[in-house]
Ligand binder design. Sequence first.
Ligand code: SIN
Ligand code: FE2
Length: 205
Amino acid sequence: MQLPNALPIAQGVRLWPQALNPAQQSELLEVVLSTTAQAPFLRPTMPRTGTPFTVTQTNFGTLGWVSDAQGYRYQAHHPVTGQPWPPIPSLLLRLWHAALPDAPDPHCCLVNHYRDGARMGLHQDRDETALDVPVLSISLGADALFRLGGTSRKSPTQSLKLRSGDLLVFGGAARLAFHGIDRILAGSSDLVPGGGRINLTLRRV
Ligand code: SIN
Ligand code: FE2
């Protein structure tokens, strides 16, 4: 898989708009949804408060990211089924190596499912020790307003529209950049059955 030149968004942040064409988006969505049959989506809760997330999540890979009353962490098993997470599908590994030719294989693909109205508060991806390896984020389905800040919560932020088929990498100076999803643009895509958006975040842990 060959990717064209990426658009520079900020230091350490690159975007490949529509890296996947509609047929490739459908193929990837089908692979993702069929793989979730072995690891069903669940609704995580916030540490301490127990507030449910507005997204549902699952993982592929040797390690999955989970959040519950005990905190944020990576673990090898699905918290409900107790089974190991399914392996990261080869199509996703090919996208990872196309975007990040020098990076070793990712351990985790977090799958976020946003229904209309779901969002993700501003946060850093900082539960990994491999902070030298960038994060790859792949968008499928409805458009999303992504907010990107700096490494301090007070840093100025910019808003970026992520569309189905977009690939976004953040690493280097931006590996610990604050980011989140302000909202999903309801009705902007009918790719995901029932509407909404699926985001795939691949990381080395
Ligand atoms: C995340 O930061 O975990 C998700 C970002 C996105 O949905 O684009
Ligand atoms: Fe994140």
